[in-house]
Design a protein around this ligand. Structure first.
Ligand SMILES: Cc1cc2nc3c(=O)[nH]c(=O)nc-3n(C[C@H](O)[C@H](O)[C@H](O)COP(=O)(O)OP(=O)(O)OC[C@H]3O[C@@H](n4cnc5c(N)ncnc54)[C@H](O)[C@@H]3O)c2cc1C
Length: 456
């Protein structure tokens, strides 16, 4: 019998079997595949405990769908891949392409280390860098025209699921699974491809057609909650897009998927904006130093009910609703006058769906320094936002038990109610009206006509 031809399938942000073009390419390249995940010490050290727990569970789920053949390896990627190639006489290493600064640099280091990588597909419907202005072939800087270009570019149909996967079984020492534990009092959603597809099915039936009207209401289950599944590649955006029709609700959902793609494109074209201001003059604004108020923000103890509910949701569940992400981000930057990177780092520590592009640019959008910059004078009023989007107060009641005894009328403004603070809720750490004026004054100082733009 001739020796089987083997290829390595190196999983990273594509922890699934269906709609996975890289896996199909690995299968097509030989007789057997060697499925591998390499634990990256550097990334693990920079990853919060809830996201690590998510990863640990997701790897178990992937392993199950691969018939317990996943090699979970520890060590330098070049050395691990070289050793596996030699051991199994493998002729190719298959991946889906990475575009974020860290992943792209790692892959090019591996190629320089002598391991050619075969890239098939990406974590996106349209790879970053592919949607360019027709007029001058430069990248888009504003979402709406990007969205039109992205739709015109189009995307592939979902890839078929492999019929059979012939795989090499690992040895005991290749099974370095780590069951990272969740911190006490926290919980995360179900992980893995099966859970992702089930949630998508559930959302198609119970949420998608009302998405347009419900997506801003943090107190109800009105959004897909697919962000962590998308982040880890347990489901691919093409699987979602192929189902969408032309109704307003479906188009709104398609647009949200496109925001993820837009931000990955913006970061690909501007890698420094992972940590630096997209609009440089914002780095010259006057900011406060983080102190007690920053600690109160992180702990959900600001005295602003919707802000506190959201921050507690983040810490308890590793996820926060999009509307409240905007509210707490605005509060940090415009009420506490702190730099967006401080908030983004805290999100990075706690989010199970942390995505370097969506996080950095979600923060920069709210701060006013990003693409499509929200008008500089847009300062979310945390009390009015609460009343408008959590009218009955259910979201606040769920996460802030000290306010659970209050009716919808008082829950957003406990200071108006004689019994408002009787269960120990904290007093407001700032006066929103005053901080709004302070923020406008600081923004006025960096208006483009007042400062030379450092890019000029
Ligand atoms: C300050 C801030 C930080 C953020 N950080 C992240 C992050 O680290 N990771 C992350 O995935 N999203 C981030 N977002 C975007 C958004 O809040 C989440 O994607 C969304 O809340 C996830 O919930 P969902 O899956 O139910 O979303 P849905 O409303 O069901 O949307 C479907 C999918 O579209 C994408 N999406 C939706 N809204 C946005 C958006 N505004 N920007 C980019 N993609 C979007 C997500 O992949 C999401 O899963 C951030 C937003 C803000 C304002």
């Amino acid at each position: 019998m001739s020796t089987p031809i083997r290829s390595i399938m190196w999983f990273r942000r594509d922890l699934r079997v269906s709609d996975n073009p890289a896996l199909l390419a690995a299968i097509a390249a030989g007789d057997e595949i060697v499925p591998v995940f390499i634990l990256d010490r550097k990334l693990i050290d920079a990853t919060g405990s809830k996201r690590l727990a998510y990863l640990g569970q997701s790897l178990r789920a992937l392993d199950e769908s691969l018939g317990n053949s996943l090699h979970v390896m520890v060590g330098d990627q070049v050395e691990v891949l070289k050793e596996l190639m030699e051991r199994y006489n493998a002729t190719s290493v298959h991946i889906s392409g990475e575009y974020e600064p860290y992943g792209a640099a790692r892959d090019s280091r591996i190629e320089k280390g002598g391991i050619p990588l075969v890239r098939t597909g990406t974590p996106y419907a349209v790879a970053p860098g592919m949607v360019l202005k027709a007029s001058d072939a430069t990248p888009y800087k504003v979402f709406t025209p990007f969205y039109r270009g992205w739709c015109a570019h189009g995307w592939r149909k979902p890839a078929p699921s492999p019929k059979t996967i012939k795989r090499v079984m690992p040895t005991k020492k290749d099974r370095n699974f780590t069951d990272w534990q969740l911190p006490e009092g926290t919980s995360i959603t179900a992980t893995g491809e099966v859970a992702a597809l089930a949630r998508w099915k559930y959302f198609q039936k119970n949420g998608l057609d009302e998405y347009d009207s419900n997506r801003n209401l943090p107190g109800i289950d009105g959004t897909s909650k697919l962000s962590a599944h998308l982040k880890w590649g347990e489901i691919h955006p093409c699987t979602l897009l192929t189902f969408l029709g032309e109704s307003k609700a479906h188009d709104t959902f398609r647009k949200e998927i496109a925001w993820r793609e837009f931000y990955s494109d913006v970061l690909f074209n501007n890698p420094h904006t992972e940590t630096e201001y997209y609009t440089p003059r914002f780095s010259q604004m006057r900011y406060n130093k983080p102190g007690a108020k920053f600690i109160a923000w992180k702990a959900g103890q600001t005295g602003f009910p919707v802000v506190d509910a959201a921050m507690r949701q983040l810490v308890q569940e590793g996820w926060m609703h999009n509307r409240t992400r905007m509210i707490v981000a605005s509060f940090l930057v415009k009420d506490l006058h702190l730099e967006w990177q401080l908030g983004a780092d805290f999100f990075k520590e706690h989010l199970v769906d942390f995505d370097v592009a969506s996080n950095a640019h979600g923060w920069q959008w709210t701060a006013g320094s990003g693409t499509d910059a929200s008008p500089y004078y847009r300062i979310f009023n945390p009390i009015e936002q609460g009343k408008r989007f959590d009218t009955k107060g259910d979201y606040i009641r769920k996460y802030v038990p000290e306010l659970a005894h209050l009716s919808a009328e008082y829950i957003h403004e406990p200071w108006l109610y004689p019994d408002g603070y009787s269960k120990g809720y904290v007093k407001q750490i700032v006066d929103h009206g005053l901080e709004r004026l302070e923020s406008l004054a600081r923004l006025q100082e960096i208006k483009s006509d007042k400062l030379p733009d450092p890019r000029a």
